[in-house]
Write a protein that binds this ligand. Sequence first.
Ligand code: F6R
Length: 613
Amino acid sequence: MCGIVGYVGDQNATPIVLNGLRRLEYRGYDSAGIAVLSNGNVEVRREAGKLSKLESLVQNQPIQGTIGIGHTRWATHGEPTARNAHPHIGNTGKVVVVHNGIVENYLELKADLEAEGVEFHTETDTEVIVHLIEQFLSQEEPLEEAVRKALKYLKGAHGIVVLSTMAPDTIIAARIGNAGGVVIGLGDGENFIASDIPAILDHTRRMLFLESHQMAVVSKSSIQIQSLDGKKVHLEEHNIGWDPIAAEKGEYRHFMQKEIHEQVRSLTDTLAGRVDFDDGRIHLPQLNLSPELAGRIKKIILTACGTAAHAGMVGKILLERIARIPAQLEIASEFRYEDPIVDSDTVVLAISQSGETADTLAAMEEGRKRGAVLWSIVNAIGSQAMRVADGYISMQSGPEIGVASTKAFSAPLVDLYMLAVLLADLRGVINERQRHQLVSDLRLVPDLVGKCLDREKDVLQAAREMRYIRNILYLGRGIQMPIAHEGALKLKEISYIHAESYPAGEMKHGPIALIDRDMPVLALAPRDQWYEKMISQIEQARARGGNVIVVATEGDQRAAELADHVFWVPETPWLLSPVVTVIPLQMFAYHIAALKGLDVDQPRNLAKSVTVE
Ligand code: F6R
C-alpha cells in the first residue's frame, strides 16, 4: 500500500523521483524517503510526515545522480519516524531497498540474521530484506542472484525495488503475489519504475506490468524480465491513456468501489504474520498482552464512532462468546459523559481507522483517567489512538480514501476475532481442539469474501430496480444486528436515502407499523441460530406488501421464495459471518449512490477524519 518510484537515465533522478512520489500523495502516507547513487555512493534522505518535509531536507542536503529510488510509506511495522522510513540501507552501505507488503516471517528472519551478527537499525519488517541481500553479496553472488536468493526467504506478498553500488547502472524490481503492482515505464534512453501508474505518467505512457514471481533488471537502455527462477520472460507492452487519478482507480469508477474489492487483500494482510495455521495460534505482539493481564481482565469496554462502533458491536459478541469476558460497546461521543464504571481490571479498547477521531480519543482519555488498560485497533500507524494506547493491533488495510469506510470495517472484525481467540487461549476457556478449529476457520475468510464480490452483478441489478426508494428498513438479529446497522449507515451516508436498522425481534413492538408497499425491507438471514426467527419476520414483512431483499446462504430455497432479491453469501462459520454478509450491503449502497450520480467518495457534509467533538 506504500508508493514506490524509481528512475535510471541521464537526467538528475532526484526531482523525477520526488515528483513521482507527489503524484501518489493524495492516497495518504506517513513518511517518505529517497536514495540516489551519487559518485559511487548510496545517498539516502528520509523524513517523517509530508513529502514537503522530505523536499526541504533534500533542498538543504541535495543529492545528485542519474539513478535513484523513492518511497512513501504507510506504516505497518514500527512507527512512522524518519528512521523507519524507506529506503533501508544495509550495513555495508552498498544496498538500498524500498518495499511494499509485509514480510510475514520477518521476526524469524531477523532472529536468524541477528544470530549471525547482523545489526538492525529500525523496527520495520523491510530491513530484513536488505540484510539478506547483503548476506548473499558477501558470498560473492552478483546482485541479481543475491536478490533472487533473498526473495526466496520471504513469506507474504511483496513489491520490492533494489539499488546497489555493486551494479551502479541498474535497478532491480520484483513482485511476489499481490501486494500492489510493479510497473516499468519505458522511456527513450531512460526507464522508470513505480508501484502505481500515476507516479510516472508525466514521462511515459508505455508500460509493462510485472506479474507475480517476476523480476526486472532495468538499466537506462534495457529491460530484462525474468521469472524468479531465472528464466527469461516476455511481457506485453501497454499504452496507457488515463489521467493520473483515473489511473490510480484502475478499473474502478470510485475509490469506494476499489476499496470494497480490495478486501480480499486487506483481510489477507490483517491475518499476515498473526496467525500460525500449523500450530493453531494467534500472535498479536503489539498488544503487550501478558498471561497475567489476560487472567485479570474483568471487563472490556469497546469504544468507537460510526462504522468503527459497528465493528465494536460485533467485537462485544466475539469477546463474550469466544473468550467469555463481559464486554460492552460504548459510543465514544457519549462515553466520557456517562461516569463510566472502570478500574484497573477493565480494558478500554478503541477502534478507529484514522486513529485521530476526537470523540474516540476523548473516550480513551476517560479510560486512562480512571485507570483502565488502554488498547486500540487502528489503521493509521503512528496515529494518536495508537500512541496513547498500552497496546494496539494494526488493521493493515492500507490507506482508505473513500469517506465511507469499507475495508477498515471488515479488518477489525477479523482483528477482534483473533483477539478473542488469543484471550480465550490465555485464560484457558477453550481447549486445544477448539483453538485449532477457531484458528483454522480464519483461513477461509479472504476466499469467502472473494465469493461475495463475485456476486456483484446480482447486487447491481437490485440497486438498479431500487435506486428511487425513499426509505428502507434493515433487519438483523444476533451477530447480524451490527451488520444491519452498518448496511443502513452505508446507504444513508452516500445515497442520502433514509435507512433505519432494527433488531428483527423488536419489530412487533412498534416499527412493524411502518411497513407497507413503500417501505422495502432488507433482512440478514444467513443460516445460523437466528435463521428461523428471521424467516418468520420476513414472512410478516412480505404479508404487508413490503419489497424484500434477503441476504441468504447459498442454496437456501426458502429465503429465495420469500424474497424479491437475494444477495447470496457462501456458508461461513457464524462468528466470522459478519465479514461476509457486510460485503453485499457495501456494494448495494455503492451502486445505488453511483447510479444516482452522487459524489460517492466525498459525500456531502462528511469528512474522512472527524477531529472535532
Ligand atoms: C462511515 C464512517 C464513519 C467513521 C467514523 C469513525 O462510513 O467512515 O462513521 O467510521 O467517523 O472514524 P474512525 O474510524 O477514523 O475513528
